[in-house]
Ligand binder design. Structure first.
Ligand code: 4AD
Ligand code: MG
Length: 425
């Protein structure tokens, strides 16, 4: 592996498989920046030192060809990282055509995403994807070490969890079905046997929003816990966010450096403000909205620009929330729910709260929100068989990564983004 070269003493023999990320020919001397899954290392060969077949392939190899290099490690202060591999044998494993992503093409973000299947080889995307991978590891670490069970919910569903407006219909042998917006309803069923559950899976939203925060297909981490209230679940959210950030800060130093990001893990507890306070801040900053509405994107941005650490907004009005949110017994106009917002204008990254666990109240809410109780039959029925008070949340993977890494757009946080205008490649 390329990375291991830097731990080897001068003279060590190595064999490497990878790609020719960059190439330089200077007279009878060839330099290649070899890339593999672990990173980059410079390999260099001289015409007079090489068998003729090797030199021919080395001289003519095109960038992004897959290559094989055998050689010896050499300390060289001029090489990146202070070491290079002196080539003794060179072979092209799979040749590449002229690389279509030129320096000037790099200036067009839409072109870069048109050729995402190729552009993903760049150092920036590679670093982001390595961090994303570590982020998932942190999620599993956190939940497994806190007594949660990992479950999987179906992605083909019949009921809307987050409102009919953003459902993607799916043709299913003549039955009306949709792509899942959230695993929450299924998690709620599972807590009655497993008590503490989490999922890590895709979610779909047919939202035509062309914003830097919206994808039509994204990944969500969700958790649901029996006997937990709002305060308990907010604690889980802040601990999880801290754990993810801390893990990335420790494990992904070189990737963060490459992205020129300083990730400071946010220490719990996170500040909490009420919906009404958020509304005031937003108004002061020139964005007003009616009491009872969900925070418009602009308001969210305005409020989150006031903070330097993540924070919760609590006490959302019933009218701004999905049907399943538990009304606050001390003020029935409000729900026992909270959004977690990232600072600096990034806005909402998670929504959570306590669910309604009583049959009659939930039935009423289903009807009031224009849903059909028949469509919610099994979900309602759970409330007839020992459903305790319970709470849960969902946190968006791409939005969280966008904030951690200070990315312009969520599409950078996923390998093959899906937006209203992009389903290719
Ligand atoms: O706020 P949402 O809609 O909440 C739910 O779906 C709950 N049922 C989750 C739960 O309690 N189990 O979505 C949760 C998070 C958002 O805070 C956001 O981070 C992300 O999912 N999200 C999106 N990310 C990218 N593009 C979109 N269109 C998103 N919609 C939601
Ligand atoms: Mg939300």
């Amino acid at each position: 592996m390329a990375k291991e070269v830097f731990d080897l003493p001068q003279g060590s023999k190595v064999a490497l498989l990878g790609w020719a990320a960059m190439k330089n020919l200077v007279g009878g001397l060839a330099f290649i920046r070899l890339r593999d899954g672990s990173g980059y290392v410079q390999v260099a060969g001289r015409r007079e030192d090489l068998p003729e077949a090797s030199w021919k392939e080395l001289e003519s190899v095109k960038v992004e060809s897959a290559i094989y290099v055998r050689g010896a490690v050499r300390d060289d202060p001029r090489a990146p990282g202070g070491k290079e591999v002196k080539i003794e044998e060179f072979k092209v494993i799979a040749p590449a055509e002229e690389w279509p992503i030129t320096r000037s093409a790099l200036k067009s973000p839409s072109f870069i995403f048109d050729v995402r299947h190729l552009s993903l080889r760049g150092p920036r995307t590679t670093a982001i994807m390595k961090i994303r991978s570590e982020m998932f590891r942190a999620v599993f670490d956190y939940f497994y070490s806190h007594g949660y069970h990992f479950i999987q919910a179906p992605l083909i569903v019949q009921a809307a969890c987050e409102g009919g407006a953003t459902l993607f219909p799916l043709e299913y042998f003549g039955i009306e079905t949709y792509l899942s917006q959230s695993a929450q309803l299924y998690e709620e069923a599972a807590i009655c046997s497993l008590e503490k559950v989490f999922v890590v899976q895709p979610a779909f939203r047919a939202e035509k929003s062309k914003t830097p925060r919206h994808l039509t297909e994204f990944w969500m981490v969700e958790a649901e816990v029996a006997f937990y209230g709002l305060e308990d679940i907010m604690k889980v959210e802040e601990e999880l966010v801290y754990h993810m950030a801390n893990h990335i800060a420790e494990r992904c130093r070189s990737e963060l450096e490459l992205l020129r990001t300083r990730l400071k893990p946010p220490e719990p507890p996170f500040p909490k403000i009420t919906y009404d306070e958020a509304r005031e801040i937003s108004e002061k900053r020139g964005t007003s909205f009616e009491w009872g509405e969900d925070l418009p994107t602009e308001a969210e941005k305005a409020v989150s620009a006031e903070f330097e650490e993540p924070f919760f907004i609590t006490g959302y009005p019933v009218t701004s929330r999905s049907f399943y949110h538990m009304p606050d017994p001390s003020d029935e106009r409000r729900t026992l729910s909270a959004d977690l917002l990232a600072p600096g204008g990034f806005g909402e990254i998670a929504t959570g709260g306590q669910r309604i666990h009583e049959y009659d109240l939930l039935y009423r809410k289903v009807v009031e929100s224009g849903l059909k109780p028949e469509d919610m039959k099994w979900y309602l029925e759970l409330r007839k068989y020992g459903m305790p008070p319970h709470s849960g949340f969902g946190i968006g993977v791409e939005r969280t990564l966008r904030w951690f890494l200070n990315l312009k757009h969520v599409r950078e946080a996923t390998l093959f983004p899906r937006t209203p205008t992009r389903v290719y490649p």
